[in-house]
Design a protein around this ligand. Structure first.
Ligand code: IMP
Ligand code: MG
Length: 183
């Protein structure tokens, strides 16, 4: 969906479709280099990471295995609580594999901290995280995020997989949501 269809719900476009594509290509080049000669499994965190998974996988000029996890982090409104439940687990055995968890945004980092420690207990060869966006609070999170597209201010954003109440995920651009929508 193009921004103009819901323009009144949005305040400002932070990243356009083209800027996002360029950033994903840049991340893909770094990942190709870092995992040269290694087998790589990329794990998308449903549902928000669908767009970046699809674009990142296509940007990677190498073989890559793709799998998905769905987790629910209990929380109210626009904040997550860190209490996580697995709704859909991997179909792949990650033992001995190089795992790269793909997410669209890290806010408190609670969801990914929990997820990476869960995956780590399964004996992967390595585990790293790539996220398109990172909010300020996550900069100090205990797990190291190897690949970050952009650091953004602490504002609620939608588009490119990011939703508010399951809407706006299909926007091409990433924009800040107008307060009158969520307050
Ligand atoms: P965390 O556990 O606080 O890092 O929560 C991360 C999850 O919260 C993301 O995967 C998103 O699903 C959701 N989230 C955090 N910030 C935003 C936002 O600005 N817009 C949409 N979803 C968000
Ligand atoms: Mg997510």
């Amino acid at each position: 969906m193009d921004t103009e269809y819901v323009g009144d719900d949005l305040v400002k476009t932070l990243f356009t479709h083209d800027e996002i594509q360029a950033k994903v290509e840049e991340l893909a080049r770094r990942i190709e280099k870092d995992y040269e000669g290694e087998e790589l499994l990329i794990v998308g965190v449903l549902r928000g990471a669908v767009m970046i998974m699809a674009d990142l996988a296509r940007a990677l000029n190498r073989h890559v295995e793709m799998d998905w996890m769905a987790v629910s982090s209990y929380g109210s409104g626009t904040k997550s609580s860190g209490v996580v439940r697995i709704l859909k687990d991997l179909d792949t055995d990650v033992t001995g594999k190089h795992v790269l968890v793909v997410d669209e945004i890290i806010d408190s980092g609670l969801t990914l901290t929990w997820l990476t420690s869960n995956l780590n207990s399964r004996g992967p060869a390595s585990i790293e995280i790539v996220t398109l966006l990172r909010k300020p609070e996550a900069v100090s999170m205990p797990v190291d995020v190897k690949y970050v597209g952009w650091d953004i201010p602490d504002e609620f954003v939608v588009g490119y997989g990011l939703d508010f109440n399951e809407k706006y995920r299909n926007l091409r651009d990433i924009s800040t949501l107008a307060p009158h929508i969520y307050s």
